[in-house]
Design a protein around this ligand. Structure first.
Ligand SMILES: [Cu+2]
Length: 218
């Protein structure tokens, strides 16, 4: 191959690589789901979420995910939540997935919530055995981190298609955190829960709308 042809081949391959990276970044930025406004509640808002072992619909029926419920009771596939500033945000998570376990037991502590506690099926707790965690709901910039207890591996009537219903096996986790000034804060799950991805951290664990998103304090 002549020097000119080789240069041309390298330039062509570089252009293709750059175009692919640009498409990936554009898709990542544009793929954000529609924000959901938390329902008004005394002194703040009520945010109601569920986690599912598998979404059950396109584009990724087998991906693990969060969903959020609007004020009229309808579930939406979004992880971008709008909550009021300088307010109390009460969160209820209906947890339908089984436990995966935490790699770092640090995350098994409840942190940054009012009283540094949560309730799990009505019991007030400060922490969870690390192996019992199915997901976490964490907003690192606000210091909030809550481990979510998984349903038992052998629990009857497990859910595999979202949205899951109250009749299906779940744990109910509640906690409250306080917001400050307006801003956009990233939140995510820290349990490597993405089955069939490398170390459980690909796919839904790195995709807005599944295991991470934003809390928009407005
Ligand atoms: Cu998760």
């Amino acid at each position: 191959m002549s020097r000119g042809a080789r240069l041309l081949a390298v330039a062509g391959a570089t252009a293709v690589a750059v175009a692919l990276v640009a498409i990936y970044v554009a898709d990542f930025l544009a793929a954000n789901p529609t924000p959901l406004r938390a329902a008004p509640a005394p002194r703040g808002a009520q945010l109601t979420l569920q986690t599912v072992a598998s979404y059950g619909h396109d584009p990724h029926p087998d991906w693990v995910s969060y969903l959020a419920r609007d004020g009229s009771g309808k579930w939406h596939h979004t992880t971008i939540f709008k909550v009021p500033a300088h307010a109390l945000v009460r969160v209820t998570v209906y947890q339908y997935d089984t436990a995966t376990g935490l790699r770092n037991p640090f995350w098994s502590q409840v942190r940054g919530t009012v009283g540094n506690t949560m309730t799990v099926d009505g019991r007030t707790l400060h922490a969870l055995p690390p192996d019992d965690a199915s997901h976490t709901f964490a907003i690192p910039e606000l210091g909030v981190s809550v481990p979510l207890k998984g349903v038992g591996d052998n629990a009857p009537n497990q859910c595999s298609v979202a949205p899951c219903t109250a009749a299906q096996a779940h744990t109910t986790v509640t906690f409250t955190f306080r917001t400050g000034n307006p801003g956009r804060f990233r939140w995510q799950c820290f349990v490597p829960c993405a089955a069939s991805f490398v170390f459980g951290n690909g796919g839904p664990m790195q995709s807005i709308g599944w295991m991470d998103g934003y809390v928009q304090v407005v």
